[in-house]
Design a protein around this ligand. Structure first.
Ligand SMILES: [Zn+2]
Length: 192
């Protein structure tokens, strides 16, 4: 992992630790910070995660305005709009780190677990996408959520020539991570 990506990851994990310990609240949440950024932005990381109301990266990473570029949709399933948003973060905003973040108690994973292997009647694109990694042995939907980050990582690189090239050039790194609601902790998963 290059230095910039490492630095960005450390910043996120340190912010998360501060959040968990209730230590510091980012000073970058005031009107002055917003005003200082009125003509530009230069976030240090892109977070791809779920729209779940309990998953608020700016809060549990203890960041403020202009710090992180957050891309969210239910289940954080990688569709075209998500893909282009990440391309924008990497190609235009030059973020050195993309974090694919899943979480406990995800509604999309639960729905997929409950329905598998039936053809889903609702949320078809989201659920079919999760089916790709499931088999009848899969027990726990939190486990599915963790495993699914591998698929997300792979899809970002496979489906976007822009991201593939930038990654091959060492312009950015992708890490997988998981949020636990009980502890508030974000854990980085093995990056195989
Ligand atoms: Zn979710």
């Amino acid at each position: 992992m290059n230095e910039k990506a490492k630095e960005a990851l450390n910043k996120l994990l340190q912010g998360n630790e501060d959040f968990v310990n209730g230590k510091i609240i980012s000073s970058r949440r005031d009107i002055k910070t917003m005003q200082s950024l009125k003509d530009h932005q230069s976030p240090f990381a892109c977070i791809v995660t779920c729209s779940d109301s309990r998953v608020v990266p700016e809060l549990f990473f203890n960041t403020g305005f202009g710090d992180i570029f957050v891309v969210r949709c239910a289940g954080a399933v990688i569709g075209e709009n998500i893909l282009e948003s990440v391309e924008y973060a990497v190609d235009h905003l030059n973020v050195p780190l993309v974090m694919v973040l899943s979480h406990d108690d995800c509604g999309v994973m639960k729905a997929a677990k409950a329905m598998y292997p039936k053809e889903p009647e609702h949320l078809q694109l989201l659920i079919r996408s999760v089916y790709e990694i499931m088999d009848s042995e899969t027990e726990c939907y939190n486990e599915i959520a963790r495993d699914y980050t591998l698929t997300k990582r792979r899809k970002l690189l496979k489906r976007s020539p822009i991201l593939r090239q930038a990654h091959a050039d060492g312009k950015f790194e992708i890490v997988r991570a998981y949020l636990n609601f009980e502890t508030g902790k974000v854990t980085v998963l093995d990056n195989e």
